[in-house]
Design a protein around this ligand. Structure first.
Ligand SMILES: *Cc1c(COP(=O)(O)O)cnc(C)c1O
Length: 514
């Protein structure tokens, strides 16, 4: 165990906290995000030797380099559970090489077929071990209700990660009619004794605003604690316990590339990540800071291009931006919360600057970084935005060229990398299995536009049937968890209003076992 603690990006927390406290609290008091006081360093030999270990041990080794106030044995045991037979390959996140210099990092071999599993198969173990520790120390004596608003991927990954975890309930709200057939079925058929799922009348924004308002309602928090001895918590990607697991796969894939002879130890690689909340790409940045020879980070946006514009201009501006629906919904975002951590690091940890920019964003919808920070940003990042039609065309292009099927999020990254890349070997982060987005993959393969209606015969198929069709056409496979969804019993059918009152009512009933 080492004594590294966690500080916050706005300098408002009264004192640094331990890992377990950072995991349980999520957000720091005053609205900042937790980051480690010191970024641990690994030598190139240590990084390269990760390839000799099973993935669970790679993760454990990296966490021990960070500050984790759990015993070494506990960390080992938790990682065995997090990265085991719940993934459909022992490699956990294999690399597929498309051509000598292009390697796709498949982050979707977990139980819900999206990259969120890489963190959410791990965080619940940290969460429950942390709660247990704090309970033993007499610091808490309540249970937790994890409430998640989802546009599709996070909700299912949180349900699957937290199902049947002691002292935790998990409730997920999704926009009714606003997620794909497969995504909805994944959630409403969720097993486990501590889970519940509600559809919300409205779009994702209504859903998320409703949940945010519940989180800021102190009266409700007090009532929940008094009546059910339960505290609200969130599993969103600002939690350090979700970010840290993502650092592992960048270190790990570098080691893999060296082991397979694609890169000489110490030689640089570039990484391209389809980006929404900036969690995944930030993990690559931390891997680089720890000593991984990553040269350029390519940030790929869809038509919601606020991050690309920021990286290209130094101004983050959502004051006149509309939220656009795209074939890559998990990147449909305006406020990218993990960017705050990146700015903290780029300013050499200037909490005052961060506080100012975040206040400006909240009050005017815009902030501009200073010249020094902008040049630091440009040293690490390049960015590009890919429109909806180009995204679908890229799925087709990669399939025709390599007989390899990618999902729309991965397609955005692949195309952005094509536009931005130099000579270095490239890792493209692949964040979802194509079968989560069958309708648009079908459009792509058949040369249809993102706006085109599917032919009537195709439109009449269930998501599972359509995936089966695509799999046959392309000689691909559908993950087991997605293939069997039509046969799973539907457990949750409630659709509620997105008002805080309506959400609070169902949350209270759920916490009381009704
Ligand atoms: C969440 C998600 C992303 C975006 O990741 P961030 O860490 O939020 O930037 C990209 N692709 C898929 C499929 C996702 O589920």
């Amino acid at each position: 165990m080492n004594s590294n603690l966690y500080i916050d990006t706005r300098g408002k927390a009264p004192h640094p906290v331990s890992f377990t406290e950072a995991v349980i609290d999520g957000l720091a008091p005053g609205g900042g995000l937790y980051v480690p006081q010191h970024i641990p360093q690994l030598t190139i030999e240590q990084i390269v030797s990760l390839a000799q270990l099973p993935y669970a041990q790679r993760a454990a080794l990296v966490y021990k380099a960070f500050a984790v106030d759990l015993s070494s044995e506990d960390i080992d045991a938790l990682m065995e559970k997090a990265y085991g037979s719940n993934f459909d390959t022992a490699e956990i996140c294999p690399l597929t090489t498309l051509d000598a210099n292009t390697h796709v990092l498949e982050l979707w071999h977990g139980p819900t077929s999206a990259f969120k599993d890489m963190a959410l198969q791990c965080l619940p173990h940290f969460f429950s071990a942390s709660a247990k520790k704090l309970r033993a120390e007499g610091k808490i004596d309540h249970d937790f209700l994890i409430l998640v608003a989802t546009s599709g991927d996070t909700g299912k990954a949180a349900l699957e990660g937290f199902k049947d975890v002691d002292h935790v309930q998990v409730g997920v709200l999704y926009p009714d009619g606003g997620v794909s057939d497969i995504q909805r079925k994944q959630m409403v058929t969720q097993t486990g004794g501590n889970v519940r799922v509600w559809g919300v009348r409205g779009n994702f924004d209504d859903c998320q605003t409703g949940v945010k308002n519940v989180f800021s309602d102190e009266g409700f928090a007090a009532a929940l604690l008094e009546k059910s001895s339960t505290a609200l918590s969130s599993a969103n990607s600002i939690n350090w316990g979700r970010l840290m697991p993502q650092i592992v796969y960048y270190l790990s894939s570098y080691a893999q590339l060296v082991a397979q002879g694609s890169v000489a130890a110490g030689d640089p690689v570039d990484v391209c990540v389809p980006t929404g909340n900036f969690g995944n790409i930030l993990a690559a940045y931390y891997a680089k800071r720890m000593g991984c020879p990553i040269e350029m980070l390519y940030c790929a946006s869809n038509e919601n291009r606020v991050l690309t514009d920021f990286i290209n201009t130094g101004t983050y501006d959502i004051s006149h931006r509309e939220f656009i629906l795209t074939p890559s919904p998990s990147m449909d975002i305006l406020v990218s919360s993990n960017l705050e951590r990146q700015l903290f690091e780029l300013t050499n940890r200037n909490a005052q600057a961060i506080e100012g920019w975040m206040t400006s964003l909240r009050t005017t919808g815009c902030f501009r970084v200073d010249e020094h920070t902008f040049s630091q940003l440009r040293e690490a990042y390049r960015a590009d935005s890919i429109d909806n039609e180009t995204c679908l065309a890229s799925i087709r292009e990669v399939y025709l060229r390599h007989r390899y099927l990618i999902d729309p999020h991965t397609a955005v990254a692949w195309k952005a990398a094509e536009n931005l890349r130099g000579q270095n070997p490239l890792i493209v982060a692949s964040t979802a299995h194509w079968a989560k987005f069958g309708a648009n993959v079908y459009r792509a393969l058949h040369g249809l536009s993102a706006k085109d209606a599917l032919p009537a015969e195709i439109a009449s198929l269930t998501g599972c049937q359509l995936n089966q069709r695509i799999a046959e056409e392309t000689d691909s496979t559908v993950p087991r968890g997605l293939a069997s969804l039509d046969d799973m019993p539907v457990r949750f059918t409630d659709v509620i209003d997105g008002t805080p009152e309506a959400i609070e009512q169902v949350a209270m009933e759920f916490s009381q076992g009704r």
